[in-house]
Design a protein around this ligand. Structure first.
Ligand code: 3PY
Ligand code: MG
Length: 263
C-alpha cells in the first residue's frame, strides 16, 4: 500500500507543513497540492464545501505526493468511514472531549479486529493500492483535535488512547474554551500556557502534535516551538493576503485584511 509519507515523517522526528482547503474548488486543491506541502487538509467542518466537492478534490490532490487529510464535520463514524473510502489518508476530528470520543474516532478508522470500520474502500484502494485492506490500519491517520475545556481537562487520557496517530490544536476554539477571543495567534498568557501544556503532554507521550496556523509569523513560531505539523494558511487566506499586500504596494498604502484568517 502507498505509504503515508506525512505520518512516516512524524515517526522519523521530522516536522511537516501543510495547508487547509476551505473552498470548493478542484483547481485550487490541485494547485496547492503541487506547491510542495507535505499534507493538505480538506475542511468539511467549516469549509465552504461538502462531500460532493471532496470526491473531486481528493483525486486532484493525488496528482501530487502531498498527503490528503480531511477534517470531518464532527466525530461521526459514518462520515469518517465515507471520507476514508473516498481516499483520505487520514482524518482530523474536531472537538474531541473525552478518551471515549477519541476511541470512537479511532474505531471508525480501523478495520476489525482493531476497530469497527466497514469495508468498501471504493477509491481508497485505487489510490492506496490493492493491499489496502492489509495495511490501511497502519497507514490511515486518526488525529483528534483538542480545542475544548473538556478536551484540555482530559488531555492525558485522550493522548493515551491506543491507535490515535496525532493531536491537533484548534487555537480559535481553544480561545473560546478559555473565555478568550477566538484568535489563532494569541499572545494571551493563559492561551500560551494551554498550548504549551498540550505540546508538552504530547511530547511526553511521543504523540505527534500539530496546530492550526493562518500565516507565516504564526507558523514560524509554532515550528520553532517544536510542533510536528503546522498549517501555513488556507486557500482563502493565501489569496486574501497576496491581494492585500499587492494592492497596498501598488497604491503605496498599508495592506487591508492583513489579519484575515481563513476560519
Ligand atoms: C480552531 O482554531 O478552532 C480550528 O478548528 C482551526 O481550524
Ligand atoms: Mg475549531
Amino acid at each position: 500500500m502507498r505509504i503515508n509519507e506525512t505520518v512516516a515523517k512524524w515517526r522519523a522526528g521530522q516536522q511537516t507543513v501543510g495547508a487547509w482547503l476551505s473552498l470548493s474548488n478542484t483547481h485550487t486543491a490541485e494547485r496547492l497540492a503541487h506547491a510542495g506541502f507535505d499534507w493538505l487538509c480538506v475542511d468539511l467542518q467549516h469549509g465552504l464545501l461538502d462531500y460532493q466537492d471532496l470526491r473531486h478534490m481528493l483525486p486532484a490532490i493525488s496528482t501530487s505526493d502531498t498527503t490528503p487529510f480531511v477534517r470531518v464535520s464532527g466525530n461521526e463514524a459514518n462520515e469518517i468511514m465515507k471520507v476514508l473510502d473516498a481516499g483520505a489518508m487520514g482524518v482530523i476530528v474536531p472537538l474531541v472531549n473525552t478518551p471515549e470520543e477519541a476511541l470512537a474516532a479511532v474505531s471508525a478508522c480501523r478495520y476489525p479486529p482493531e476497530g469497527g470500520r466497514s469495508f468498501g474502500p471504493i477509491r481508497a484502494a485505487l489510490y492506496g493500492g490493492d493491499d489496502y485492506a492489509t495495511y490501511a490500519n497502519e497507514e490511515v491517520a486518526c488525529i483528534a483535535m483538542i480545542e475544548t475545556k473538556a478536551g484540555l481537562e482530559n488531555l492525558d487520557d485522550i493522548v493515551s488512547v491506543p491507535g490515535l496517530t496525532g493531536i491537533f490544536i484548534g487555537p480559535a476554539d481553544l480561545g473560546l474554551a478559555l473565555g478568550l477571543p477566538p484568535l489563532g495567534d494569541s499572545e494571551n498568557p493563559e492561551h500560551l500556557a494551554a498550548v504549551s501544556k498540550i505540546l508538552d503532554t504530547c511530547k511526553r507521550h511521543e504523540m505527534p502534535v500539530g496546530i492550526y496556523c493562518s500565516g507565516l509569523e504564526f507558523a514560524k513560531k509554532r515550528v520553532a516551538a517544536g510542533f510536528d505539523f503546522v498549517s501555513l494558511n488556507n486557500d482563502s487566506g493565501f489569496m486574501m493576503q497576496a491581494v492585500a499586500q499587492d494592492l497596498a504596494a501598488l497604491r503605496g498604502g498599508v495592506p487591508r485584511n492583513e489579519k484575515l484568517t481563513g476560519y
